[in-house]
Design a protein around this ligand. Sequence first.
Ligand SMILES: Nc1nc2c(ncn2[C@@H]2O[C@H](COP(=O)(O)OP(=O)(O)O)[C@@H](O)[C@H]2O)c(=O)[nH]1
Ligand SMILES: [Mg+2]
Length: 294
Amino acid sequence: MSFSIGIVGLPNAGKSTLFKALTKKPVDIGPYPFTTIHPNVGIVQVPDERLEKIAETIKPEKVTPTIIEFIDIAGLVKGSHKGEGLGNQFLAQIRNCDAILEVVRVFEDPRVKNTTGKIDPASDIETIKIELELKDMESKEKENLLGKKPVIYLLNINGKTSYQAPGNEHLAINLKDEAEMFELSEAEKKELEMKSQLDRLILSCYNVLDLITFYTITGGKETRAWTMKKGLTAPDAGGVVHTDFKEKFIRAEVVNWQKLVEAGSWKEARERGWIQTVGRDYIVKDGDVIEFKI
Ligand SMILES: Nc1nc2c(ncn2[C@@H]2O[C@H](COP(=O)(O)OP(=O)(O)O)[C@@H](O)[C@H]2O)c(=O)[nH]1
Ligand SMILES: [Mg+2]
């Protein structure tokens, strides 16, 4: 199971450029041999320093990060809620996403057509907001409303901007640079003083979903990060790892990741009394390292 982010925005805002840049990042994750699972659905690994530290301690054969899915949702324009363009179909795709990443055009470039006639981020944001709200008004189900989904604003800039996007989560990134950085070596990027912002963006998306990360080490074989919603129990976490584990859960052993790193090994953590045995009602905390007993 993974969480998904729908990339929306007006035409020529830079959505597909972003999608391509994100999915060019290499992934090497067992169950996901390809970054692009459909032409417009891609998988990205979540950067995680804690996972790296745990892996340095445990020295497993394999390290597996957790992932997040991005969907390049094309075709949102004024009137989409009425089915204008391909909009209606795409609004249905947004409904299945856990959060919305809205790309807003701030960059000026006479070669790239601007369908609204002028660069006006505030007005573009309003247009998308209205489309989502109008679509919600038609909807009979009042859960899963589009307008209630968390939104991250990505201002696609090619210079500085004084524009402040609404909400808490917003970033200003030059997507053209991001796309070009993949062609450059580390040395060239350093020389040009270019640094990718994509990791920051992925983390913002992850944070806005109100998730926690827990870890498994499977006796030293594979150190792996997993994702679930905050406030769930140890058997729920078991279910994330393996469908069977939820039913068959008996108990689990848990230690905070930092304690494990400090102890230097699972055995030493146990000797220091830092490993806790928990039952079915234990609420999993962000950063827990868990060994399931089934
Ligand atoms: N100058 C400039 N062009 C960009 C930037 N981002 C995207 N583009 C160009 O704008 C055009 C439309 O981008 P695209 O990602 O396909 O937009 P979409 O319609 O939102 O998917 C392409 O030709 C991109 O190369 C940017 O930051 N600066
Ligand atoms: Mg596109």
